[in-house]
Design a protein around this ligand. Structure first.
Ligand SMILES: [Zn+2]
Length: 307
């Protein structure tokens, strides 16, 4: 497994040029673009899906926190050396996410790395606004980078839906580790739902002090995309490769980027009621993977039959 210890690299760079002011890289979205997107009404299936409806932030386990909306996830991993934020929800969700981070006692300005599961508007729309607020480095897969930087994807369920483009500072590959302040997040390329769909895993300390492995799945739904013909080259093989790969991954805490995939509200209710391990279920990742695989093969068969 490749390992990149990014935090250590930055520490070394910093030590080499003491006193020098870091030059901020230019943003891709203008202030006016970000402000307009934040102020725009939430319409269409974003409204129907309650993508911007508030949800009280909370700690899932250890230093892993939920700071997303009622139906679209954003995860914050906190460390003494700064934080990591995964996903940006919609452009309109940025003030909410920043407020959620604050409500948990943390500061958006301390977020060092922004990560993304995939470049669809409901997970990438807020990234430019969050990058502006934090000055964080955006890390993304090579395959989804062009869509993040274009502020739109050219296929799939959010095709043509524009969001403020976000500057990608660094590419991440399969097995890369983002290390910061004692936290270590591993990237798992799980293409299919998007060409560069990236899942993340990290060890966290559960309430009872035991070490648990959390896995945040990028998504593996077909989401109405064309498999026959493929919406992008290699799509069918990408999905199948992801299902096979996930079969080899073990996780105690399964997380996903929409609430219904991991029963967010139900687990949070149980957690509030006193079940400190409400988010712990070692069977959930494999159950999800099997369901997604069956759905995918069913969709593929149906689409092929219609041709
Ligand atoms: Zn998506």
């Amino acid at each position: 497994m490749k390992r990149i210890i990014i935090a250590a690299m930055f520490a070394a760079i910093g030590a080499g040029c003491a006193g020098a002011q870091p030059v901020p890289a230019s943003r891709l979205a203008t202030d006016a673009q970000i402000d307009a997107a934040q102020a725009a009404p939430v319409e269409g299936f974003a409204k129907e899906g309650r993508w911007n409806e508030p949800f009280a932030p909370f700690t899932i386990a250890g230093n892993l926190h939920y700071v997303g909306t009622a139906t679209v996830s954003a995860f914050l991993i906190t460390t003494p050396d700064g934080h990591v934020l995964i996903d940006g929800v919609l452009a309109q969700s940025v003030p909410q996410i920043i407020g959620n981070i604050k409500a948990l006692g943390f500061d958006i300005a301390d977020v060092k790395y922004l990560l993304n599961t995939h470049a669809h508007i409901d997970h990438a729309g807020g990234l430019a606004g969050l990058q502006r607020a934090s000055g964080a480095q955006m890390l993304a897969s090579a395959a989804d980078k062009p869509f993040l930087e274009a502020g739109a994807i050219d296929h799939g369920p959010s095709q043509g839906m524009r969001f403020p483009p976000v500057r990608v500072d660094r590419l991440i590959g399969d097995g890369d580790v983002i290390a910061l302040g004692g936290a270590a997040l591993t990237a798992h390329l799980t293409p299919g739902h998007s060409p560069g769909c990236t899942s993340w895993s990290l060890p966290v300390k559960a309430a009872d002090g035991t070490q648990r492995q959390a896995f945040l799945h990028c998504s593996a739904t077909v989401a109405g995309q064309s498999l026959v013909p493929e919406a992008y080259p290699g799509m069918v093989a990408a999905f199948r490769g992801t299902f096979a790969k996930v079969k080899g991954i073990r996780a105690d805490i399964f997380l996903a980027n929409h609430d219904n995939f991991f029963a967010l509200a139900d687990k949070r209710r149980r957690q509030i009621a006193g079940d400190a391990n409400a988010f712990v279920n070692p069977d959930e990742l494999q159950g999800f993977n099997s369901r997604m695989e069956a759905q995918f093969e069913g969709d593929l068969k149906q689409q092929a039959a219609k041709r």
